[in-house]
Design a protein around this ligand. Structure first.
Ligand code: HMG
Ligand code: MG
Length: 298
């Protein structure tokens, strides 16, 4: 996209709802996603085809896909961990976009997907070649790029290695996950500068959780380095079941407000996103984590 435009990838229905203590009913998930696509979001991660024993909150992703009202301007992405997940995605309705995920930290890889980084990349290679054969678009995630809940600091070289591996297996976009939100802007900027030596900056996305309140600052730092794809979650939903203490993704409403102030266009209607968030928070029975939504619409 042009340098004055940012593409928002809305991850609330997946990254947000996967972490809710009580699974949100399929009908509410559909209503949320439809409201978000109507708000102009160009990409929404709608769920995942992972083991329902590991993440029961994402069971019913096939029913969610079947029930959506497709918006022509929106891509609907699902998270897939292995070939079994890919088969489920194929059996579901209208999937053309998948996200594969790996980690830059060994301990996190073990806890999250029960295998080493090397094993996961091998497995994802098979999933990616099957997806490529179907003509699907592949997005790749690297978790723990700015820190790991089990290992602490993560060497940048490990992030580079995993990001390059995902790129090599056909991921057109690499999303950099600060899974536990511990990073700070200098570190985020340095990460982009290092990755930019081997990957196009335009293929990088920022996926920042706001646990330590650094997410917007980190986003500003990477926007200054040319990153133009931002992952966020309506109402600041989110976390990760395998990263204790991880809070939500940076709130979509807060990102939209900041980008508007910077003169960076998104094509997304902030007020409509906030309304979708308010509705969902009523279902969840708790207040929004978006400061902008609270200040302007609360
Ligand atoms: P495993 O136990 O090692 O796998 O789990 P397995 O192949 O031995 O299978 C065990 C059981 O799971 C079997 O069932 C399989 O059929 C079933 P059983 O015979 O015991 O009844 N199974 C599946 N069922 C449905 N769909 C599937 C599937 N695969 C196997 N695709 C596995 C390995 C990866 C499956 C498991 O560890 C898992 O599902 N983990 C969940 C990981 C997850 O969803 N994490 C959260 C998303 S990642 C994230 O949030 C980070 C991100 O936001 C970026 C960031 O912030 O850093 C993306
Ligand atoms: Mg995440």
């Amino acid at each position: 996209s042009p340098p004055d435009r940012v593409r928002i990838v809305e991850v609330g229905p997946r990254d947000g709802l996967q972490n809710e203590p009580t699974p949100v009913p399929v009908a509410e998930r559909i209503a949320l996603i439809d409201a978000l696509s109507a708000a102009g979001l160009p990409e929404i991660e709608v769920g995942s085809f992972v083991s329902p024993r590991w993440v029961p909150q994402m069971a019913g992703t096939d029913a969610v896909l079947a029930g959506l009202t497709r918006h022509p301007g929106t891509r609907y992405t699902v998270l897939v961990p292995n070939l079994k997940g890919l088969e489920a995605a194929q059996a579901a309705q209208g999937v053309h976009d998948i996200a594969l995920f790996a980690a830059a930290s060994e301990s996190f890889s073990q806890r999250n997907i029960n295998c080493s980084i090397a094993e996961s990349l091998e497995r994802l290679g098979e999933v990616a070649s099957a997806a490529r054969a179907l003509g699907w678009r592949i997005r790749g995630y690297v978790s723990c790029v700015l820190g790991c809940p089990y290992e602490g600091a993560v060497p940048v070289a490990q992030v580079v290695r995993v990001a390059e591996a995902l790129h090599a297996l056909g991921a057109s976009e690499i999303s950099l996950g600060d899974t536990i939100g511990v990073g700070t802007p200098g570190q985020a900027r340095a990460l982009i500068d290092t990755l930019a030596a081997s990957l196009p900056v335009t293929s990088l996305a920022a996926h920042f959780h706001d646990t330590y309140g650094q997410a917007l600052a980190n986003l500003l730092a990477v926007l200054d380095r040319g990153v133009r794809v931002v992952d966020s979650a309506v109402a600041g939903l989110g976390g990760c079941p395998y990263a204790k203490g991880a809070s939500g993704n940076v709130a979509t409403e807060d990102v939209l407000y900041m980008l508007d102030g910077l003169g960076l266009a998104t094509g997304v209607d902030l007020e409509a996103v906030a309304r979708a968030g308010t509705r969902l928070c009523a279902v969840l029975g708790r207040p929004t984590a978006s400061k902008v939504a609270r200040a302007r619409f609360g």
